[in-house]
Design a protein around this ligand. Sequence first.
Ligand code: IMP
Length: 422
Amino acid sequence: MSFDAIVGGQWGDEGKGKIVDLLSKNVDVVARYQGGANAGHTVYLEDKKIVLHQIPTGALREDCVCVLGNGMVIDPIGILEEINKLKELNIRVNNRIYIDYFSHIVTPIHKFIDRSNEAKTNNEIGTTCKGIGPTYVDKYKRIGLRAVDLLSNSDLQDKMDKRLKFALDNNEISNEAVKDLKEEFKLFYHACDKISIYIKDTFEFLHNALKKNVLIEGAQGTLLDVDYGTYPYVTSSNCSSGGIGTGLGLPGSKLNEITGIFKAYTTRVGGGPFPTELFNEDGQTLGHIGKEFGATTGRPRRCGWFDLVAAKYSAKVNGLTSIAITKLDILNSFKTIRVCTHYDVNGKKIKNMTEALNNLDIVKPIYKEFSGWNTEIENIDNFESLPESAQEYIKYLELEIGVKISIISIGPKRHQIILRNK
Ligand code: IMP
């Protein structure tokens, strides 16, 4: 019996999909607690690349039940597409996908508002335009549509009519735009009808499941957390482990292991400060070799060196008990690898993230250099066989963060993984 969690340690896209897939091998339930279709979790089933946005990665493990918690914002059209994709792959979905009664619903209106807000601000935040922020705004304004409303056609229609009137009255949308969304509304109602069979009371289910093995899957990353991230360049939910209590109704006292996922370097997609961002050839090489394009939007990700200041903060915010480092193989060809140990803010050396969080756009990273290993590591299966400089790099990060690095991913395939004893 265990109740473990996996969270993104950086700005998302750390490669959580593969680690969730690995750790869900003997798990009965995988649950998500926040976010929605803004996430993109990529996993490989044999040679097939599969990207899931809302359904937890556990869906690929036959006997695993997937819970989409009340803290999530559900896009009915997108989730129906994912369900159909799983069916095409002959993956059973019946009685395996549970959408919580009280998760909030993303409608075509929310996606429209997200797109028009981005257009008005010249993509300043650079959202995924999946309607995430506007749906959470409705939740906190107490005018949101929830999954439970989809169980009655009249409730759904009534709430949608009210929401549309509110949008028109408040100039969130024009009558013209509503006409243009006619097809999307049709798809939306169709999807709402189709997904209603998956809507359940997941609270009691999860509490009963605590006698089994439960894995909690975070989306995005700690530095995108609405409270602990690089506000306002964040997503609209609590991606860090703190969101688990509110997003699934599972209190922290039940949590066992909390594993933070970190790339061996750093990436960020969308706007906002990024102290170790590289604008030189090294940055381009990381992006090119690491195939750093957003799984949801296809946008190129910004790339930079590993940021220890941010990683130490992330370990504290989440209460990490272990770490998985992903994409170590992407560093294979670098002669020199850098790690940011401190920030310089106007000549002052800073080692605590919160001291710099409001000035992150002006900090200068201070780096420690490591020699690269200049050899392929993709087929190595134990830590001691890694080149010495790669071992040194990992041991340094581990020592500095103060949390054991127990998993190292060295390629996209399921078997390209090195496990270390805790
Ligand atoms: P939103 O979540 O679509 O509102 O976008 C807010 C910010 O979070 C933007 O900078 C997005 O690029 C970023 N973001 C949202 N989801 C992800 C993700 O899964 N990975 C990385 N960045 C994300």
